[in-house]
Design a binder for this molecule. Sequence first.
Ligand code: CA
Length: 432
Amino acid sequence: MDLRTGKVWMVRGTGMALALSLAACATQVPVEAQHQSRVAQNTAPSTSAAMNAADAKFAAFIRDFRATAIAAGIRPDIYDRSMAGIARNASVERANTSQPEFVKPVWSYLDSAVSDDRVSMGQQMEATYPGMLSGLESRYGVSKDILVAIWGMESNYGRQMGGYNMFEALATLAYDGPRQEFARRELIAALKMEQEEGLSPKQMTSSWAGAFGQTQFEPTAFASHAVDGDGDGKRDLWHSPADALASSAVLLKNAGWTTGAPCYVEVTLPAGFAYEQADADTTKPVSDWKALGVKRANGAGLPVGAGNAAIYLPAGARGPAFMAFDNFRTVLKYNNAASYALAVCYLADRLHGGAPIMASWPRDEQPLTSDQRTQFQTALQALGYDVGAIDGVLGRKTRNALRQYQKAHGLAADGFPTMEMLGRLNAELKSR
Ligand code: CA
């Protein structure tokens, strides 16, 4: 499922280039994916031969993939009509390979993802569909606020579902680039969906990454989790909010949603807190965190007995702190980026009348450019820390390396990369 917040798209899921961690800052990789119609790029004579060769290779791929699809149970006529007239889509190709210059800071992301407008529109949706939502809640045990929040995050309550031809988008990704394996699987599942649900390929629109409908399911997620929520005998995630939200409820239930348990609570950390404990893999019973001096930010009691929790610092030691429970992790099954799960849980909380996040964000922090992100990794590596591949993506390995560096230098080991930290690393390298 990818989601659109303004012009920023994130790609969900398996095998996609997302850095995933509760300790992550704004680690999702936003990809500009404008709805530009396919344009003929082969205007310059020098590139036209190369473009034609690439188009011929794409056509050959579509011909060859036919046998794979048929072997997977797709009827030849379904394949042929779905692939008729499709071509490599230039804007899908750009979205597939673009590396953002800046990664949007988590506070800017939340400003748009959980805007006052989105909160009030979500409350209107709850007022419009009270019976449907309480029915889903009692049937699947998943909070209606979470379902409505996912609806808001994924498609702005059905307003932005993606306008690509699903087959063209998935075939473009399946033909070439970093998501081939994922896209081939999704392409087969999309064909199967068309065949089994009796859909017309023309009506099957999606995001550039093949996610579709009100809750931006991928075709394989449709196969595993989609249900008929309104009882009309069809599973229509494009037109029926009840089908879409019921399917999301099933997905979350299958992923282990715990009925009635919290997603997160905002907390404050005591002075001298060992920040290396603020990590997705470090979960403790609430009582243990309490004993360490962690408190609920609003002064109420911590939900002792709500199971184990991790401490999540989306913007490092200078920003808000959260205690994230199992249900927070369950939302990650929907879209594997911690800031996405935070946005869903936060929006759900606001729909329920919850207050805005109390602590302030370090809005003075400047996001690192892609060059600076590479420098960051290069400097840590030169200082003897294992950052994995130097790719300009400050993922889990880089952040763990940074934590080790911070710890060794008596700094708060939050693993949060800042401009100041980059300056410090570079200064240390120079002084050697
Ligand atoms: Ca239905």
